[in-house]
Design a protein around this ligand. Structure first.
Ligand SMILES: Cc1cc2nc3c(=O)[nH]c(=O)nc-3n(C[C@H](O)[C@H](O)[C@H](O)COP(=O)(O)OP(=O)(O)OC[C@H]3O[C@@H](n4cnc5c(N)ncnc54)[C@H](O)[C@@H]3O)c2cc1C
Length: 444
């Protein structure tokens, strides 16, 4: 392993690989060190027999930076965009799957009581908050009402963060809604004032070989600049240089570098940073990541009582079901399971169900049965597998922006060190790509 390099990147998930890609484009002297035996972080595609499925994220919500990256990598031909029907989203509500209709159709879909209509009519007259932050729950209770929070927002938060709206920061999760209230005083006023024009399509995509195609291509391009099985232990500073202790196969190495981009998970950053940033490191330790159990189920389509014509469904917490929702993979990205089968990923756990880490065969069997009931499936699965992510998605608590400000200050005081990762950029893959591209292009 190199003992000296200009720029050292810590972690080879999508954040670290994106930073490396843009540094490599400009011919930088760089090295990426990754603890695991394979790159990709939480992005992992599995293949078992005729089934291909994801142990982490399932799809990328495309943005400009992702389109550009895919073109730069020459992966256009392998890109698999989700069909139009994937725009259909369902909610499991009062014992039934119901199609979510966009716009005003929502109010007549049976998901919301008449009080919700009144709340929407009143919303433009609700005063904007002057608090610097509040929870997602407080925001929706203040601007709309409880049924809107419980029936719509709660499952949406489960779908993105597997989190609890009462704990999560509005300002750091739903940044656009926070800005809408701050700039226009109301969500409805903001929506009405928005420039009219065609609504951009929310394009979802993956690759025919699964999301790992992206990781494989990016890591292959890095060649010797990517060092796997290399665990970062500690960062020190000596005059103008950083010294990073890295352990590989029981041996300890010190890498001297001018710049560091850390994309380590928050709890790991908390362990490696104390020598140069004790205050910031101690705050990172407290960031909670909810666990997630992914359950993969395939059923013969001829035994389905419901036609899965969409992305999947989410479940409001008050329905008291043992899982958060499911994606219908075979409708979303056909060709990854036998065509006569419905292949689904069921999401279990999240911030409100930490006990999921202890689940065994019995609990999994009970969830599978319940899934069959929801989907009115008349036969047992022909395939079943599961994967546990004990620390899946970081939960940004109320006031989280202050930690981000502390990190800005830390970076100013320690020139050459950049703290990144999904807990800095936002959790969506598109956000990770966008943040790390900008980091390299605009700041390095
Ligand atoms: C179950 C699940 C479903 C998701 N679904 C979606 C989705 O459908 N769409 C979407 O856009 N996003 C989704 N996300 C979020 C998205 O996948 C992640 O936010 C993103 O992939 C995180 O990338 P990252 O590089 O920032 O972090 P990570 O992927 O966590 O990468 C960090 C890397 O650091 C390495 N590392 C840790 N400690 C050390 C050390 N001491 N030394 C060296 N290396 C170390 C790790 O091994 C890892 O490779 C999902 C996430 C999960 C968990």
């Amino acid at each position: 392993m190199k003992s000296s390099v200009d720029i050292l990147i810590l972690g080879a998930g999508i954040s670290g690989l994106t930073a490396a890609h843009y540094l490599q484009q400009r011919g930088a002297d760089l090295l990426v060190v990754e603890e695991a035996a394979r790159p990709g972080g939480v992005i992992q595609t599995r293949t078992k027999g005729a089934y291909r499925y994801e142990a982490g994220p399932n799809a990328i919500m495309m943005n400009d930076s992702v389109w550009v990256l895919i073109n730069e990598l020459g992966l256009q031909d392998e890109l698999q965009t989700a069909p139009d029907l994937s725009q259909n989203r369902y909610l499991y509500f009062k014992g039934k799957l119901r199609l979510l209709k966009p716009g005003p159709g929502l109010l007549t879909s049976g998901l919301l009581p008449p009080s919700a209509l009144l709340a929407f009519l009143r919303e433009p007259f609700v005063k904007a908050s002057n608090k610097e932050d509040e929870s997602i729950a407080d925001f929706f209770l203040r601007r709309l009402n409880r049924p809107v929070l419980d029936n719509l927002i709660n499952p949406m938060v489960a779908g993105i963060y597997a989190g609890d709206p009462a704990m999560l920061s509005l300002r750091s999760t739903f940044k656009k809604l926070y800005a809408m209230e701050q700039e226009h005083g109301s969500l409805i006023k903001a929506a009405l004032r928005k420039k009219k024009g065609p609504v951009p399509k929310r394009e979802l995509a993956s690759f025919t070989g699964g999301l790992h195609t992206l990781i494989d291509k990016m890591s292959k391009n890095l060649g010797q600049c990517l060092q796997l099985n290399a665990r970062v232990i500690k960062i020190d500073k000596q005059q103008e240089h950083y010294h990073v202790q890295v352990n590989t196969d029981g041996a300890s190495h010190t890498i001297r570098c001018k710049k560091i981009i850390s994309t380590l998970p928050a709890a790991v950053a908390a362990k490696v940073l104390p020598a140069i940033g004790p205050a910031v490191a101690s705050q990172l330790n407290d960031l909670y990541y909810g666990p997630m159990l992914l359950l993969y189920l395939a059923y013969n389509k001829q035994h389905l009582g419901f036609s899965p014509d969409g992305f999947g469904f989410l479940i409001p917490q008050k329905e008291q079901m043992p899982f958060l929702g499911a994606i219908w993979n075979s409708a979303l990205f056909p060709g990854r399971a036998p065509h006569q089968e419905l292949f689904s990923t069921v999401f279990v756990g999240g911030a409100n169900r930490p006990e999921v880490v202890t689940y065994g065969e019995q609990e999994i069997a009970a969830i599978e049965q319940q899934y069959r009931q929801v989907m009115t499936i008349g036969s047992k699965p022909v395939f079943i597998d599961s994967h546990l992510q004990p620390r899946a998605i970081p939960q940004f608590p109320v006031g989280y922006h202050r930690l981000m400000e502390a990190l800005d200050e830390f970076e100013r005081q320690n020139p050459g060190i950049y703290i990144s990762g999904n807990w800095r950029s936002g959790v969506a893959i598109g956000d990770c790509i966008d943040y790390n591209k900008r980091l390299v292009v605009e700041r390095l």
